[in-house]
Ligand binder design. Structure first.
Ligand SMILES: [Zn+2]
Ligand SMILES: [Zn+2]
Length: 355
């Protein structure tokens, strides 16, 4: 059996749309018919060949795509919790389910983590079908009545922001939350921080993204193009600095701006991974961080066991993941979409729904 897939042949060159072998389930795996998959800045990094410093430089033949939702169409003999026909999302941080991290509920930091769409053993979802290893552990069943397009961000950006804000940070009622970078993960963070009771200041270079941030609950916005000193502006808006700030992009400027926009005992959450410019190394104002007891917190994806928290808030209308989905596209449009990310032209989460 064959399926259509967008295959990486050369970094930063258009993906090749071709027929490839459809996956068969491993004994502990499942095959998902992909109904929707978000196109994320992490795909752009994979397409560029970034993250060699993390051991994640994509190789020719890789299928990218790590924000899928769809239906299970086949399961391996050893799979017990998942059945054909189940409607599922797939968290990009696939775990083995058995290491100490997974056993303690932290499978997003699994000792044998398999980042979906970045390594050969975890081919991604820019394809009609997707194989998910250790399916009992890694598949997240979606509630009734939600659509795959609406839930596509749950595999990466939406859940990443949720974990960062709901589990890693300590948001109190009315806390000022500064979100630096309003791409898909940043806009998700604006919406989630608002739902968790924060007062959100959104920072970006594009008015269009800041307008979207206002729609999603930001009470203040800062266009970094228009002000001389972004941290100073945030500090003035928040009357002394934000309680929580997030770098939702992953470049040195946004990370530093985020740290420096905090007040005393503020928490910086680093969600964005860096680019070729930084290669994972960012200079930080460590003395000022000591003097003000600033925390620097890394946050990666989310363990599959915590999704019920999101679903309860979706059920009551407090969270609307679909509000961040901006458009639907076809598989053949993916390369153009990645290209437009080079200049930060996409707003919200574009989702492939036509394979
Ligand atoms: Zn992503
Ligand atoms: Zn593990």
């Amino acid at each position: 059996m064959y399926m259509r897939a967008a295959v990486l042949e050369e970094h930063a060159e258009p993906l090749s749309i071709e027929e490839v072998d459809a996956p068969e389930p491993a004994p502990n795996g499942a095959v998902v018919d992909v109904e929707a998959c978000g196109v994320c800045r992490s795909d752009w990094h994979g397409w560029q060949g970034d993250w060699g410093w993390l051991g994640l430089e994509t190789q020719p033949g890789q299928i990218l795509g790590h924000e899928p939702a769809g239906r299970v169409i086949a399961v391996g003999d050893d799979v017990e919790q998942v059945s054909e026909g189940d409607h599922v999302a797939v968290p990009f941080n696939l775990g083995d389910g058995v290491c100490p991290q997974c056993q303690r509920g932290h499978s997003n930091t699994c000792e044998n983590v398999m980042p979906l769409g970045f390594i050969e053993e975890a081919q991604g979802a820019f394809a009609e079908q997707l194989h998910v290893p250790v399916a009992d552990h890694n598949l997240v069943k979606l509630p009734d009545g939600v659509s795959s397009v609406d839930m596509a961000g749950l595999g990466c950006r939406f859940m990443t922001s949720f974990h960062a804000l709901a589990h890693r940070a300590d948001i109190g009622a009315g806390d000022w939350v500064a979100i630096h970078g309003c791409g898909g993960v940043g806009l998700s963070a604006v919406h989630i921080a608002d739902a968790l009771g924060g007062n959100v200041v959104a920072v970006d270079l594009k008015d269009e993204k800041l307008e979207k941030a206002e729609e999603l609950g930001a009470v203040e916005t800062v266009n970094a193009e228009d002000v001389e000193n972004v941290p100073g502006e945030v500090t003035s808006i928040t009357d002394g600095g934000a309680g929580i700030a997030m770098d939702a992009l992953g470049i040195e400027t946004t990370s530093q701006n985020s740290v420096m926009s905090l007040g005393t005992r503020g928490q910086h959450i680093q969600v964005g991974l860096t680019t070729q410019d930084e290669q994972g190394m960012i200079t930080l104002p460590s003395d000022a961080m000591v003097m003000s007891e600033i925390e620097f917190i890394g946050s990666l994806g989310m363990p599959p066991t915590r999704y019920d928290e999101i679903f309860r808030m979706v059920a009551t209308g407090k969270l609307e993941p679909e509000a961040v989905v901006s458009e639907t596209i076809g598989l053949e449009d993916v390369s153009d979409k990645l290209e437009s990310m080079t200049d930060f032209e996409t707003v919200g989460i574009p989702v492939i729904d036509n394979f």
